[in-house]
Ligand binder design. Structure first.
Ligand code: TZP
Ligand code: MG
Length: 223
């Protein structure tokens, strides 16, 4: 199935934040509420644990028609035939990842600073004709967050808006994004919001995703 690539409400998972609840259940509820894409992010899992969780998530998200992205691990993404992979500045370089997964998978790249965001390589040079850039840049943290400890300095809305004015890349804002500021992140120029705790730790992941999607629509000037 050709899944729609929609970054509006991008759920990034974190099992410790799910308070003992089943991750697949949380994903299913979030998608029922309006999450448009899901990234499995496992910082402490073994390769086998990650693989098994990713297989189960792939089955579920294929049924729901929602893209599955794997954080960090290109091998796991390939093994489960995920829809894409997300890498940061300490992971394999973007051009290597693109070579490994081919032109059709989604590849997202985290950028920690304006300098990094504006120096995403010209991939026609790196990969030859037909080489191309990431499907989206993960820009963050936009606001303070307790979910990721080793973050760079916060971007803030002004820097996000400034980046928007200087690049045509698709931008997804992450870090401290919740119901109170999601609309502002979209207004500053992000194409979507990525959230961890705002959905994983919510009492109702479905309601949380529903409300976040409504804020994204309002940020775009749509009801
Ligand atoms: N990358 C930058 S900030 C962050 C990641 C994975 C964590 C965001 O978590 P939360 O709970 O949405 O602030
Ligand atoms: Mg990473």
């Amino acid at each position: 199935m050709n899944k729609k690539r929609d970054y509006s409400v991008y759920l990034v998972t974190d099992r410790p934040l799910c308070a003992g609840r089943d991750l697949l259940q949380i994903i299913e509820e979030a998608v029922a509420g309006g999450a448009t894409i899901v990234q499995i992010r496992e910082k402490d899992a073994t390769a086998r644990e990650f693989y098994e969780l990713a297989c189960a998530a792939k089955d579920l998200l294929d049924r729901l028609g929602i893209p599955l992205i794997i954080n960090d691990r290109v091998d796991v993404a390939l093994a489960v035939n995920a829809d894409g992979v997300h890498v940061g500045q300490k992971d394999l370089p973007y051009a290597e990842v693109r070579k490994m997964v081919g032109p059709h998978k989604i590849v997202g790249l985290s950028v920690d600073s304006m300098e990094q965001a504006l120096s995403v390589p010209d991939l026609e040079v790196v990969l030859g004709e037909g080489g191309f850039g990431p499907d989206y840049l993960g820009v963050g943290p936009i606001f303070p967050t307790n979910t990721k400890k080793d973050t760079s300095e916060e971007w803030g809305l002004e820097n996000l808006a400034s980046l928007r004015a200087q690049t045509h890349q698709r931008l997804v804002g992450i870090g401290g994004v919740n119901l109170s500021n999601a609309r502002d992140v979209i207004r500053a120029g992000a194409d979507g919001i990525a959230v961890v705790s705002a959905i994983c730790a919510a009492e109702s992941p479905k309601k949380a995703a529903e409300e976040l999607l409504a804020e994204v629509m309002l940020g775009r000037g749509l009801e």
